[in-house]
Design a protein around this ligand. Structure first.
Ligand SMILES: Cc1ncc(COP(=O)(O)O)c(C=O)c1O
Length: 357
């Protein structure tokens, strides 16, 4: 078992650049705690400070540390068209003076809303953005890296190292949280399908905390695959830090029960959960990751899987710019237009005059 200082020392073996505003705050949620019958706090990793923040900014301190140590001068990265990873990569590149090439998926959201949300921010942040069909993604990134190399650049593909170095960063998040709280929580809940949960589990295990870590993944992937991946990432991150800690797949608790139809398609429960936290605590979640995970947390409490009275910390991993790419789903689900119509009908609101009226 390590102390917080020893865990920090182990992290200190790895190259790191400063990108995030740390420590991120822990916000107690008195109103929602009362409503749910638990003691809930939110660890605000949506407030890591770089271009709307999120979990990648914390991870990128180590990933860009590695890139710079390896002499990289251009960065290649990418995921979905609304990728929070890509947006934070573009911002980190801007800050560090690196050119950013994003090769993202041409997916349903891009077809539906075009340049909006994270995709819009990628451009504002100065990245070059290409959208390619999903099946060509990995090849397109490698090919681009080769072309950049042929031009005399030293490209670094962020996707290759993000999970393991990101897990180092999230072990650090647990160290940070341990210093912020009087006592370790009984439950740590988060949206994650890989590196973030691996790091959190590693941190909990390294510090010997009596905390159950519950991850809710954003996509449909077989349970065994996810558990094996998370355990392998955690074990590899530990080895990088010189720690002899192994995380086994059986130690990983990660559920896909709140994904709904598929990755990136909102569920009614997710939209309800986003409104619930927004309207009780003024905290916004995102519709792809944290909103679905929070709907899982609420359901676990209502079903008694997380018992009444428990101390729960939700790690908010960010992602809010995607809200704007899902505006139509929010408007429809929440009946927002009907609220306006109703208020006009009752004479509370005047209709907005048309231009020229
Ligand atoms: C908002 C948000 N939450 C959670 C995650 C999941 O992180 P990880 O890949 O480390 O599991 C992501 C990843 O893109 C994200 O953008």
């Amino acid at each position: 078992m390590l102390t917080v200082e020893q865990l920090r020392e182990a992290m200190g073996r790895l190259p790191r650049v400063e990108l995030a505003v740390l420590p991120t705050p822990v916000h107690e949620c008195p109103n929602l705690s009362r409503e749910l019958g638990i003691s809930l706090a939110v660890k605000r990793d949506d407030l890591t400070g770089l271009a709307f923040g999120g979990n990648k900014t914390r991870k990128f301190e180590f990933v860009f540390g590695d890139a710079l140590q390896k002499g990289a001068d251009v960065i290649v990265a990418g995921f979905g068209s609304q990728s929070n990873f890509a947006r934070q990569a573009a911002a980190a590149c801007a800050r560090l003076g690196l050119k950013c090439y994003l090769v993202n998926r041409y997916d349903d959201r891009a077809r539906k809303v075009g340049i909006q949300g994270n995709y819009l921010l990628d451009f504002i942040l100065g990245a070059r953005v290409w959208l390619v069909p999903p099946e060509q993604l990995a090849d397109a990134r490698r090919k681009l890296a080769e072309e950049l190399r042929a031009l005399g650049h030293r490209p670094y593909i962020l996707n290759d190292t993000e999970a393991v170095l990101g897990a180092v960063a999230y072990a650090g998040c647990v160290a940070e949280l341990t210093e912020q709280l009087a006592e370790p929580p009984q439950y740590l809940v988060l949206a994650s399908g890989s590196g973030t949960q691996a790091g959190v589990l590693l941190g909990v295990k390294a510090l010997g905390l009596p905390t159950r870590v519950i991850g809710f993944r954003p996509s449909r992937v077989p349970d065994a695959t996810v558990k094996e991946q998370i355990a392998a990432i955690a074990t590899e991150a530990a080895a990088l830090m010189g720690l002899k800690i192994r995380v086994q797949p059986e130690e990983v608790e990660n559920s896909e029960d709140y994904v709904g139809e598929a990755y990136g398609i909102v569920t009614p429960a997710c939209l309800d959960a986003i409104e619930l936290l927004a309207r009780t605590e003024g905290i916004l979640l995102d519709p792809v990751y944290s909103g679905k995970a929070f709907s899982g947390l609420v359901d676990y409490v209502r079903r008694g899987i997380i018992p009444t009275g428990s101390r729960v910390v939700f790690i908010h991993t960010g992602g809010q710019p995607a809200i704007f790419a899902y505006a139509s789903e929010f408007i429809e689900h929440g009946g927002y237009r009907m609220q306006v119509v109703e208020d006009i009908r009752r004479g509370i609101l005047s209709p907005v005059p048309a231009p020229g009226d």
